[in-house]
Design a protein around this ligand. Structure first.
Ligand code: BGC
Length: 691
């Protein structure tokens, strides 16, 4: 006899079972049976393996090369397998996709670097990544990681300056911001692409210690931040092309750093089929000269193993799965207008926080008090603005979008100040305009581009040094310089030049940012990410190498490390930047795990300070005298104090042991220098590391 309750139990079991099957059908549609890699509940690596099992050799090879097309680079999708197309776009200052004016022209990375604001780098990455996504891009060719080794470097503005630690922090934050949009970042150019002169044929000769301790650092940080791809550089590294260099790809990136993503070539930087494939390259861009039919033949005749081909493709598929590219429909379009008021605000924050006040005699700035009439001088303030650099990193902005220095200053001045503008192109006129005003503001600049290094470190004579000198002879003058990296400032000590500002390449919001700083709406907090030398001869190396080999013979002594070791006084040191307030440092305590101190805003204005930590390694380690190993940007109201804690890990204390081929913390006394620039050290201490 069946009891009612048993019957109910049985019936409810059947009900449960069919409900369960129904759930499976909803959440696991039959397609998963045929295409199990579409199941988002398993790992990216498992999904890639399942997909690879279903792919023919031809389909795999099709994923290993791109083509020209709507985007900077295009890898067609394979719809029958659910593989979406890859759409790759430049970077790094903004999305380089027309029509002009449909994207935000942010400040260049060199300006962002001058903010030393990691949170701002994250915000920039988010905003910039969102614009790329809106344009349909799913791989953005940014951030740019090459260091400012020579001031002439044509692409210095695309990177984060001369210091590996600062660059690593900023670029890693940018990667996180970009990838928070579900698209893939591409950290470029790996490695040793510190000059443009003969970049396609020359070899960067970099010793292993320097490679690890200096040039690898930003890439290492980006990999740790989860970057899905890297771009191999044009140049050779130690006489082997980057994109077929087994040591830097197989050994360093995949072996030491455990990178799980893929390496694509720079545009036209693939030079072979078999060595490139076997040594770590996954994607030839943008053509198929080496990774099309030739790669298929190499696989068929055994020069490239099927396992290697699988690995090449898996490295592309894993970041695609991780970014969710298989799990959503392609979105965005090249014609979309992706700029927004909030992105414009980010652009302005970058331009303002990256504007560095180099000199401010007698606290002349901010403008106010008896200053009523301003003579604004220079074409760079109006008809020839310096906004973004040239080449693949150029951002297509319009004059409608751009707020020039003249527009920004006039707008902010309103009826409170009288602003008279002169381009400075007619001899004598600028001087008389300046003489008729209470103060002159001269805006000057120079630009640079990919594929060339600057021939000179001087500002253009007529629109630069001569103009500044003649105006300063007539009236007290504020000089504003926009440039991709260092310029010479032979007039810097002129007593009539009461203030100097440097703003990198400031993007579309330059005028608003400048006006807010000049009039004191924003208290300047930028710090140089570069060392500005007194004279060209003080830079070592002095400029690009024109021979076949670029010897990195200064080794670890890039930038201020070299100035410190040679005891050369810079004009403006790395990390320098003034504020309208003052900061006091006290109560230093240090150990091998943390450095703490008290920071106080000792002035009468609220403002931000970038407190910098430099370490001097035990002498036996053979390191540069001082190296940046930590920093914090803190906003403090006037009179307020805050305890600052900068953590230290083995990462900051290690050197690369070339014998053992691993990182090692040297024994002995580490000196601690805390201050407001690399040459304005306020607190010193030390700690001991024993084995
Ligand atoms: C540049 C890369 C850029 C690529 C695509 C190359 O010339 O070196 O940085 O991403 O072109 O435009």
């Amino acid at each position: 006899m069946i009891l009612i309750s048993d019957y109910n139990r049985k019936y409810s079991k059947i009900l449960n079972l069919s409900f369960f099957l129904f759930l499976i059908m909803i959440f696991n549609p039959p397609i998963f049976a045929e295409q199990p890699w579409m199941d988002a509940s398993i790992t990216a690596s498992e999904r890639a393996d399942l997909l690879l099992e279903a792919m023919t050799a031809e389909q795999k090879v099709a994923m290993c090369h791109g083509a020209w097309g709507a985007y900077t680079g295009n890898v067609p999708g394979i719809p029958e397998l659910g593989i979406p197309a890859l759409c790759l776009s430049d970077g790094p200052q903004g999305a380089r996709i027309g029509p002009d004016g449909n994207v935000t022209c942010f400040a260049a990375p060199i300006t962002l670097a001058a903010s030393w604001n990691v949170d701002l780098a994250l915000a920039f990455g988010r905003a910039y990544g969102a614009e790329q996504k809106g344009k349909g891009t799913n791989i953005t060719l940014a951030p740019m990681m090459n260091l400012s080794r020579i001031p002439q470097g044509g692409r210095n503005w695309e990177g984060y300056g001369e210091d590996p630690f600062l660059s690593a922090c900023m670029a890693a934050a940018e990667v996180k911001g970009i990838q928070s949009n579900g698209i893939i970042a591409c950290a470029k150019h790996f490695i040793g692409n510190e000059q443009e002169t003969n970049r396609g044929s020359n070899s960067s000769a970099i010793d292993d210690r320097t490679l690890h301790e200096v040039y690898l650092q930003p890439f290492k940080a980006c990999i740790e931040a989860g970057a899905g791809s890297l771009m191999g550089a044009y140049n050779k590294v130690n006489w082997t092309y980057s994109c077929e260099n087994s040591y830097i790809m197989n050994t360093v990136i995949y072996g030491e750093l455990g990178f799980k993503g893929f390496i694509m070539s720079d545009w036209g930087a693939t030079h072979s089929t078999v060595p490139s494939a076997n040594n770590g390259l996954s994607l030839e861009m943008p053509g198929s000269g080496y990774f099309g039919g030739s790669l298929l033949r190499a696989v068929k005749n055994g020069d490239v193993s099927p396992q290697r081909l699988n690995l090449m493709v898996k490295r592309i598929l894993v970041p695609m799965f991780e970014a969710g590219l298989f799990d959503r429909k392609p979105e965005g379009s090249t014609s979309a207008n992706v700029t927004s008021p909030s992105h414009t605000q980010t652009a302005q924050d970058m331009a303002a926080q990256g504007l560095v006040l180099l000199k401010n005699t007698g606290n002349f700035l901010p403008l106010g008090g008896s200053i009523k009439k301003i003579a604004l001088i220079g074409e760079a303030a109006d008809s020839r603005p310096i906004v973004t650099g040239g080449g693949s990193g150029n951002v297509p902005y319009t004059y409608m979008q751009l707020v020039t220095a003249k527009e920004g200053i006039k707008d902010r001045a309103g009826s409170q100040f009288d602003v008279a503008y002169d381009a400075g192109t007619v001899p004598g006129r600028a001087t008389s305009v300046a003489a008729g005003a209470d103060i002159a503001v001269v805006v000057v600049g120079v630009n640079s581009s990919e594929a060339f290094d600057r021939l000179s470190l001087s500002l253009p004579a007529d629109h630069g040094n001569r103009l500044i000198k003649s105006v300063a002879a007539a009236r007290k003058t504020i000089v504003v310089v926009y440039s991709p990296a260092q310029v010479l400032m032979p007039w810097a000590d002129d007593p009539n030049i009461v203030a100097i500002l440097w703003g990198g390449l400031p993007g579309q919001e330059q005028g608003n940012a400048l006006a807010k700083i000049l009039f004191g709406d924003i208290n300047p907090s930028g710090k140089l990410p570069l060392t500005f030398a007194e004279k060209a001869a003080d830079y070592v190396p002095a400029g690009p190498e024109h021979g076949r080999t670029v010897w990195y013979s200064e080794r670890l002594l890039i930038g201020y490390r070299g100035f410190d070791s040679r005891n050369t006084a810079p004009l403006f040191p790395f990390g320098h930047g003034l504020s309208y307030t003052t900061f006091g440092y006290s109560d230093l305590q240090c150990s091998s795990t943390s450095v703490t101190f008290m920071l106080t805003n000792t002035g009468i204005r609220d403002g931000a300070e970038v407190a910098q930590l430099y370490l001097g390694f035990p002498e036996s380690a053979g390191e540069p005298p001082r190296q940046l190993k930590g920093f914090k940007r803190i906003f403090l109201n006037a009179g307020k104090s805050q305890a600052i804690d900068i953590p230290l890990t083995d990462n900051e204390l290690s050197i690369w042991d070339i014998q053992k081929k691993k990182w090692a913390v040297p024994e002995g006394t580490f000196k601690v220098y805390v201050g407001s620039s690399s040459r304005d050290i306020r607190l010193t201490g030390s700690f001991q590391v024993d084995k």
